[in-house]
Design a protein around this ligand. Structure first.
Ligand code: NAP
Length: 548
């Protein structure tokens, strides 16, 4: 592998023959599988650059206490290798982060992936060069590399963001973002701890910290609707039964709208009398995983009155579980209905607020003014802390792309292009950015990420294989294909209550400049419909793509 300095880059940029057939950015779930496919199935010369010092992506960075799956472990695993399926036992229905990180390390070892990965290698820029039909990929530190194909596997939730609050550097205690959690052990015993943020990460970390902290103060801007996870261990016998179910289970995941094991109930909310609706929700509330979110009545996400009913049910549950009615009221969302933002799955979250060591502070109308050397300040109150946890989320979906200076054939910056209008082809390619492919990019099916990622990776692999078979070295989507796909994505989002709500799913992040207006950032139609269109592109000979 060449390592070139920015001096040689100026002289030689762009290199006439790419050093690598493909460069992949990111060693998370999609990047690892993409590496295996391109290197081991197509025999390509591939390098993967990873910012961290280990594999795992999300499951490498989000090592905060309490981090765990909230889709069933086995449904989240890779399905591409029978051997891998046969040899890996999951210990819990919803595995914790350490187990998932171990699993992904096992995958990296099993398929000998590490020899093709450069760790601690942060990609800062990727520029396309038309004359050599190649990408120049620059790393922090000044080295650069060239490739024919660039595959981004940077993740939809991997650009952590901190509040826009002054004084953060001045804090004398420990401070951690959940998405950048350190590898060294962090303890909470005898400490006064603050957690800012109550999304899925906040809910998990709060529940864990409350067990041992001397005091825990939760700073909540807007509450989320949470539902019990109902995790439990998997016995050896149960694992055997699960393994026998795998073929059917993966088929089921292929058929469901979001790749999860749960399917929406075919009935509409008001088709049932109130007592039967209540019994249905009661059962769902007691069912593990996302059943209540993605397995609800079919009008739950499109009919406001229907959504109000299920929201009232969950609100009653919160009131039952939280002793102080004022605290319960603060924990009940008022600005959005159940399921219209990502539903955090909890394991005793609401009961935490009954503990004497825990205080909930609403900062919706009384925001944090500044972080001080000893704690933080609201307009009417000062707090002292030993440790602050920022569970404040991510510049989602487009953020990790925008942190890299990506420029296409016309030298236009991807960030600027997307700020003007977010447009893609199948969420995989972008006009003016030839030979670049996105795994789990914007406008692709998200849902159960590994299910979408495996499909995404195979689609990209098949396209590259087709190009190699035909001697093509250039591919870019035709403008009409981009237009067509983008309008399909916009149409798929019409009428969904979730697209009328501020959340990372609608591209909102109050901590990032220019991300205060809702957009359709993700494809919100069904995964089978997505795959049907993407499959048709391939079987019809990729007519939507310009190749030569
Ligand atoms: P998030 O859902 O975006 O939540 C961020 C939280 O921080 C929100 O409560 C937000 O309040 C608050 N916040 C942000 N900036 C703030 C500020 N300046 N002042 C006060 N509060 C602020 O992020 P997340 O919890 O990290 O979760 C992101 C996604 O990651 C999840 O939706 C999920 O898809 C994924 N995730 C998955 C798992 C899992 O599978 N088990 C676990 C964790 C996360 P507002 O709501 O008012 O903006």
């Amino acid at each position: 592998m060449q390592t070139q300095t920015s001096e040689t880059l100026r002289r030689a940029d762009p290199a006439p023959t790419p050093e690598w057939d493909a460069i992949i950015i990111g060693a998370g779930i999609s990047g690892l599988f993409q590496l295996h496919c391109l290197r081991d199935r197509l025999g390509m010369n591939v390098r993967l650059f990873e910012m961290g010092t280990g594999v795992g992506g999300t499951w490498y960075w989000n090592r905060y206490p309490g981090a765990r799956f909230d889709s069933e472990s086995y449904s989240y695993a890779y399905s591409f290798s029978q051997e891998l399926l046969d040899e890996w036992d999951w210990s819990e229905h919803f595995a914790g982060q350490p187990e998932t990180e171990r699993y992904l390390n096992h995958v990296a070892d099993k398929f000998d992936l590490r020899r093709s990965i450069s760790f601690a290698s942060k990609v800062t820029a990727c520029h396309y060069h038309d004359d050599s039909r190649s990408w120049v990929v620059r790393l922090e530190g000044g080295s650069w590399h060239t490739c024919r194909f660039l595959v981004t596997a940077v993740g939809p939730l991997s650009a952590p963001t901190l509040p826009k609050v002054p004084g953060q550097e001045s804090f004398a205690g420990e401070a951690y973002h959940t998405g950048l959690w350190p590898k060294h052990p962090v303890t909470f015993e005898d400490k006064r701890v603050a957690v800012i943020g109550t999304g899925a990460s906040g809910v998990q970390v709060i529940t864990e910290i409350a067990k041992t902290a001397k005091t825990l103060t939760v700073f909540q801007r807007r509450p989320n609707w949470c539902k019990p996870l109902h995790n439990r261990p998997i016995s050896k016998n149960e694992m055997k039964r699960l393994r026998a179910w795998y073929p059917e289970m993966f088929q089921l995941c292929e058929q469901t709208s979001a790749g999860f094991l749960h399917t929406p109930d075919g009935r509409r909310t008001f088709d049932l009398p109130p007592d039967e609706r209540e019994a249905f929700w009661e059962k769902q509330y007691g069912t593990p995983g996302f059943s209540m979110w993605v397995g609800g009545f079919k009008d739950m996400m499109t009919d406001r009155a229907a959504n109000d009913e299920v929201s009232k049910f969950v609100a009653r549950k919160i009131r039952e579980r939280v002793h102080d009615p004022k605290v319960a009221d603060l924990l009940i969302p008022k600005d959005h209905g159940f399921g219209t933002r990502r539903v955090p799955q909890e394991s005793g979250y609401y009961e935490v607020f009954n503990q004497p060591n825990v205080e909930l502070v609403s900062i919706l109308e009384n925001p944090i003014r500044r972080i001080t050397p000893t704690g933080l300040e609201l307009a009417d109150r000062d707090f002292a802390f030993d440790l602050i946890v920022y569970a404040t989320g991510f510049d989602a979906i487009t953020g990790s792309f925008e942190r890299i200076d990506i420029r296409g054939a016309s030298k236009a910056k991807l960030k600027e292009k997307w700020r003007a209008a977010l447009e893609t082809f199948l969420g995989v390619q972008i006009a003016d950015f030839p030979n670049m492919f996105m795994c789990i990019g914007p406008h692709t099916a998200l849902g159960n990420i590994p299910r979408s990622a495996e499909y995404n990776v195979l689609w990209i692999t098949n396209l590259i294989q087709y190009m190699r078979q035909h001697g093509y070295t250039y591919v870019v989507p035709r403008p009409e294909a981009v237009e067509d796909w983008t309008s399909f994505v916009l149409k798929a989002g019409e009428g969904l209550l979730s697209n009328d709500v501020d959340s990372w799913m609608t591209g909102i992040n109050q901590n990032v400049e220019g991300k205060q207006t809702r957009i359709i950032a993700r494809y919100s139609g069904s995964a089978p419909a997505f795959r049907a269109r993407a499959n048709a592109v391939a079987t019809e000979g990729y007519r939507q793509l310009e190749m030569c």
